[in-house]
Design a protein around this ligand. Structure first.
Ligand code: SF4
Length: 440
């Protein structure tokens, strides 16, 4: 695929929502949250997300809201707050909604003890339902032990995601995440034995000291371990926003052209190994639920990236968790202490968000379709003429098409430019600078 630096020059969002979290304001928050929960229909399929903002060790590159899990009293207080929030949400829903997905993310949910994990599982079942839901969990292989794996098996999690990033020891050192190959292999085997049928590996390109050779070696090892899915993310180096990234040596980072080449390298290697491409950065075996959803045109995009989760309503629990509710996107207080105080006092913890007008929903739907299916209809958008004009440089280079009001991403050449094309739809982005990551 050809590298066109001028078309990738602008930092753009990942569009896990539209409007993006950068558009959230503190004019929208805790008062809107219960109102929007009140609009959930009785039979509405619901997706739950529980955020666990603790990790054994903090990786230098991490942009998540997480801290070191070194004080058990703090973790205990946080878990008590999660229980309080489950009660609050359940009371507001009053039995409405059908929980069909439950995801534990972070941070590292395996910073919880097995008892804490099982306590949350039982409480969710009792208060909100979800006994027929698909349960998933993010895992840090560095701190996964037998007792936690037993809890994963007892609960019946089907899906898990391992933070792998790279198998290269020198790069692991440069990013502050040392995890020998043996620990990832043991975690993989342990999770399979615990009943995980859909296992994802997160990999990263654009890391310090990374080049085609050592990235290729990481891809080979990953393919040999045969996860059901892979997400291959470009490292977003924004130390002005994420201070812990200052520990990463800027001078060792590959340039944009090398990043572009690594993204293509991953695509070729994984497709050769039998994975289907899902959007611009996910891959799945054809028999995995995500692979099947991709083949059927059912892939969605939510706060966790590409997904086969069909829910339009997603309830985020925990500090910094984002909810998508009828007419509202809203984020809980990012500060764990303040979050705990609010929900402990029976208050909703949202601190910022954005109301979803019908026009924003139409635009969000177009962006989601473009990024998931590679095409969307811009005729319902009032600024379609502006979008048509803006997409022309991509059309002229064979990366996109624009015909009869349908914008399409070229399936062979266009995907590396997908986020840049999506940003043309986004009126908030027409003058943005520096708040997002590279488009590749
Ligand atoms: S384990 Fe994951 S969430 Fe925790 S610091 Fe590392 S990258 Fe961030």
């Amino acid at each position: 695929m050809t590298y066109h630096p001028d078309l990738l020059a602008r930092p753009v969002p990942r569009y896990t929502s539209y409007p993006t979290a950068a558009e959230f304001t503190d004019h929208v928050g805790a008062e809107d949250q219960p109102r929007a929960l009140g609009r959930v229909r009785g039979d509405e399929p619901l997706s739950l997300y529980l955020h666990v903002p603790f990790c054994e060790k903090i990786c230098f590159y991490c942009g998540c809201n997480t801290g070191a899990a070194n004080r058990s009293a703090r973790l205990e207080r946080y878990v008590a707050a999660l229980h309080a929030e489950i009660e609050l949400v359940a009371a507001r829903l009053g039995g409405r909604g059908r929980v069909i997905r439950v995801a534990f993310g972070g941070g590292s949910p395996n910073a919880l003890s097995p008892e804490q994990l099982e306590g949350l599982h039982s409480h969710i079942l009792d208060a909100l339902g979800g006994d027929h839901a698909a349960w998933s969990i993010e895992i840090d292989p560095r701190s996964l032990d037998e007792a936690f794996l037993d809890a994963v098996a007892r609960i019946g999690f089907e899906r898990a995601s391992l933070g792998v990033q790279t198998f290269d020891p020198a790069i692991q050192e440069a990013i502050g995440r040392i995890q020998p190959l043996e620990s990832i292999a043991a975690a993989t085997q342990g999770l399979r034995k615990a009943g995980i049928t859909s296992l994802n590996f997160d990999l990263m390109y654009g890391l310090p000291r990374q080049d085609a050779a050592n990235f290729g070696a990481t891809l080979d090892v990953a393919v040999d371990m045969r996860p059901d899915r892979l997400a291959v993310f470009g490292y977003a180096h924004v130390p002005q926003i994420i201070p812990r990234q200052r520990k990463i040596d800027d001078s060792a980072l590959p340039g944009t052209e090398a990043r572009f080449a690594m993204a293509q390298q991953a695509q070729r290697r994984l497709v050769d190994a039998g994975y289907a491409t899902v959007g611009f950065d996910h891959f799945a075996l054809p028999e995995d639920p995500l692979g099947r959803a991709a083949a059927a045109g059912r892939v969605r995009r939510n706060f966790q990236g590409y997904t086969d989760d069909p829910c339009n309503v997603s309830i985020g629990l925990g500090a910094s968790a984002i909810s998508r509710l009828p007419g509202l996107l809203v984020q809980n207080d990012k500060n764990g202490g303040r979050y705990g105080l609010k929900v402990g006092n029976g208050l909703f913890a949202a601190e910022r968000g954005v109301l979803l007008t019908p026009l924003e929903r139409i635009r969000g739907h177009a962006i989601e379709k473009l990024l998931c299916n590679g095409a969307c209809d811009i005729r319902p958008l009032h600024d379609r003429q502006r979008i048509k004009a803006a997409v022309q440089p991509f059309v002229e280079r064979g990366l996109a098409s624009c015909k009869d009001g349908i914008i399409g991403i070229d399936p062979d050449k266009g995907w590396p430019y997908a986020r840049a094309i999506a940003a043309l739809f986004d009126p908030w982005r027409q003058d943005s600078k520096g708040r997002f990551s590279n488009a590749v």
